[in-house]
Design a protein around this ligand. Structure first.
Ligand code: NOJ
Length: 515
């Protein structure tokens, strides 16, 4: 969390980094019960971030630097402070105002929730309201926090409103939209029980035929939005967040008349293991090929433990949403070596790649935030057992030798930065050819020459991934314990760590074959 003034000031940094676009998480007025994913007004900017005029200036300045801007659309739910929800509470049962959300009578005479659905942040997905007459009354649905009531997309006014919101932002000049929680937007008619066991976790990647996730009617909404995006011409991009059951279900979100791209959680959550990663790459490309959609690749996000930290643990995979992982020691030196190799893998794959802010600096997860600083609703909803996602959201260090490292002119950032980040600042890394920032800058530049080339795997020893992109580019990633011989593979273009005739463990290299 920063502000639009700060973001504008750092746009040249992003252009210099070499990215094509910037995705901004929700910037709308919000009580911030879930990092802005609880929107109170979809047509304005939260005052703590700036104004609509700042957003316009940001768009103009980004475009002048050749950067596109993607904004986040949170359409499954509003904030409890959205005027529609206030009106629904005030209007009472049976009112048209309540039809924009899911208000239902409880079971067992009203005392029990209407069904067994669960919240992504732990616990049940229903909260009971006090009616205007002061008595306990109906329940409303929230697949996330209670401060995020779900909208009922079968109510025409909801769909019409979001058409208008999309047009509002396309008219202002945004280049694309990231669709939050896309699989949540449709629910099975009648809201039947899901059959969840008591205390069930929110494990949407395992759900098949679930009544509150990945229900087919969601695709009607996506088709409607695609028509609006297309009506603006140019390269307007949609990317969905869809944590669903396997690549085939995921491919439905990117059929030709739906979204252009979708995040790839199988890759994000994969362990640092050659066979597992190859399997994810193959199944992703195979599932997307029939619908003609490009793949996307990402290892970190604002919802996930940073991969420098994950890759330094015994269990290197991830559990989406900051769930508790088996405790183990973290070797950050090993994690960073692997994360640098992972950068060369990710940026060599065909399709789009996402870099999560600070990843290019090699930032680790901040695992020792004081409890009183924690903001993620997961913390309270899990009875203070799951710390949640704050450790990856700590503002990045720009310059200087102590917090707030140039991020703010105030005394401190909203989540405190570790003092040890002095050696990781963008300023400290900028002119160091061996820094992680320099590696990302070089890779993002070289990557441009890969456009339009497919990939083909090469035979490689166990634990090694090797593939070509056309005749003049090869990527070799060594995930095995032993070094691998590079003789005859070509001239080194870029390496994630020291490498000569042999590629050491947990190191990746880009080569020009025949060079
Ligand atoms: C996904 C977002 O990435 C996450 O940060 C948020 O908590 C949920 N959707 C709910 O909007």
């Amino acid at each position: 969390m920063g502000d639009l003034g700060g973001l504008r000031r750092r746009l040249p940094y992003l252009a210099d980094l070499g990215v094509d676009a910037v995705w901004i998480t929700p910037w709308y007025p919000s009580p911030m019960a879930d990092g802005g994913y609880d929107v109170a007004d979809y047509r304005d900017i939260d005052p703590r971030f700036g104004t609509l005029a700042d957003a316009d200036a940001l768009l103009a300045e980004a475009h002048a630097l050749g950067l596109r801007v993607i904004v986040d659309l949170v359409a499954n739910h509003t904030s409890e402070q959205h005027p529609w929800f206030a009106a629904a509470l005030a209007a009472g049962p049976g009112s048209p105002e309540r039809e924009r959300y899911f208000f239902r009578d409880g079971r067992a005479g009203g005392a029990e929730p209407p069904n067994d659905w669960v919240s992504a942040f732990g616990g049940g997905a229903w909260t009971r309201v006090t009616e205007p007459d002061g008595h306990p009354g109906q329940w409303y649905l929230h697949l996330f926090a209670p401060q995020q009531p779900d909208l009922d997309w079968s109510t025409p006014q909801v769909a019409d409103e979001f058409d208008a919101i999309l047009r509002f932002w396309f008219d202002r000049g945004i280049d694309g939209v990231r669709v939050d929680a896309a699989p949540a937007m449709a629910k099975a008619p009648g809201l039947p029980d899901a059959g969840h066991a008591p205390g069930a976790a929110f494990e949407s990647r395992n759900w098949v035929g679930n009544p509150h996730w990945d229900v087919d009617a969601v695709h009607d909404i996506l088709r409607r939005w695609r028509r609006i995006g297309d009506s603006y011409g140019g390269d307007r991009l949609f990317v969905t967040e869809a944590v669903v059951n396997g690549p085939e279900r995921l491919s439905r979100y990117v059929r030709p008349d739906e979204m252009h791209t979708t995040f790839n959680f199988d890759y994000l959550t994969s362990p640092w293991d050659a066979a597992a990663l190859r399997q994810v790459v193959d199944s992703t490309l195979a599932a997307l090929e029939p619908v003609g959609a490009p793949a996307t690749w990402v290892f970190s996000s604002h919802d996930e433990t940073r991969h420098v930290t994950r890759f330094g643990r015994a269990w290197t995979g991830a559990a989406f949403g900051g769930a508790a992982l088996p405790a183990s020691e973290t070797d950050l030196e090993l994690g960073l070596r692997r994360a640098r190799a992972a950068a060369l893998l990710t940026l060599a794959l065909p399709g789009s790649a996402y870099v999560y802010q600070g990843e290019e600096l090699g930032l680790p997860e901040v695992e020792d935030l004081p409890e009183e600083a924690l903001q993620d609703p997961t913390w309270e909803r899990s009875g203070r057992t799951v710390r949640g996602r704050d450790g990856c959201r700590v503002p990045l260090p720009w310059e200087g030798d102590r917090p707030p490292f140039g991020f703010t002119t105030g005394a401190a950032t909203w989540l405190p930065q570790p003092a040890g980040w002095a050696r990781l600042t963008a300023a400290a890394q900028h002119d160091d050819p061996g820094s992680t920032l320099s590696l990302y800058r070089a890779a993002l530049r070289l990557r441009r020459r890969l456009r339009g080339t497919g990939m083909s795997w090469r035979d490689a020893p166990e634990g090694v991934l090797a593939f070509d992109r056309g005749p003049r580019f090869r990527c070799v990633v060594n995930l095995a314990a032993e070094p691998v011989d590079l003789a005859g593979q070509g001239e080194v273009l870029l390496a994630s760590g020291p490498c000569g005739a042999e590629l050491p463990a947990d190191t990746a290299v880009w080569l020009a074959p025949g060079g």
